[in-house]
Write a protein that binds this ligand. Structure first.
Ligand SMILES: [Zn+2]
Ligand SMILES: [Zn+2]
Length: 139
């Protein structure tokens, strides 16, 4: 049986990727690094099995902090993914790079202690002040 695939791409379209569904988790991260990386008030991620994630195109990477790698399109600069030593085997995809982000609904918030005070989402999802533990493997 063919596994269902999620797909996505950067803004200029030169980087394309796909991954096996379902994702491991979907969540919001309010940390300053993710906000700075995206330029957005909050980042949302889809966490997937890195072994079931493939990508083509001009991807560049940098270490945003010790043990953390962020990938982006080297042509248009779109932030693409987050990887970290503390989440081995996982690829965290910025949700708005997906072709169909509406199919992947977040179920938690992390790093709420760093949330911009005027920013609030009216949902009843769990909110963690810092990063997630092993229970949710969040960014
Ligand atoms: Zn691009
Ligand atoms: Zn973050």
């Amino acid at each position: 049986m063919q596994q269902v695939q999620g797909t996505g791409h950067c803004l200029c379209g030169q980087v394309r990727f796909e991954f096996a569904e379902p994702p491991l988790w979907v969540g919001y991260c309010h940390c300053e690094s993710c906000r700075r990386s995206t330029g957005a008030a909050v980042a949302a991620f889809v966490g997937v099995d890195a072994a079931k994630f493939t990508r083509t195109g001009p991807v560049a990477s940098y270490a945003s902090s010790a043990g953390v790698t962020r990938d982006f399109c080297s042509v248009c600069g779109t932030p693409l993914t987050y990887r970290a030593d503390r989440y081995p085997g996982e690829m965290h995809i910025y949700i708005s790079t997906l072709d169909e982000p509406q199919r992947f609904e977040p179920t938690f918030h992390v790093h709420c202690a760093e949330q911009i005070p005027w920013f609030e989402i009216d949902d009843q999802l769990p909110r963690l002040p810092a990063g997630g533990g092993s229970a949710d493997n969040s960014p």
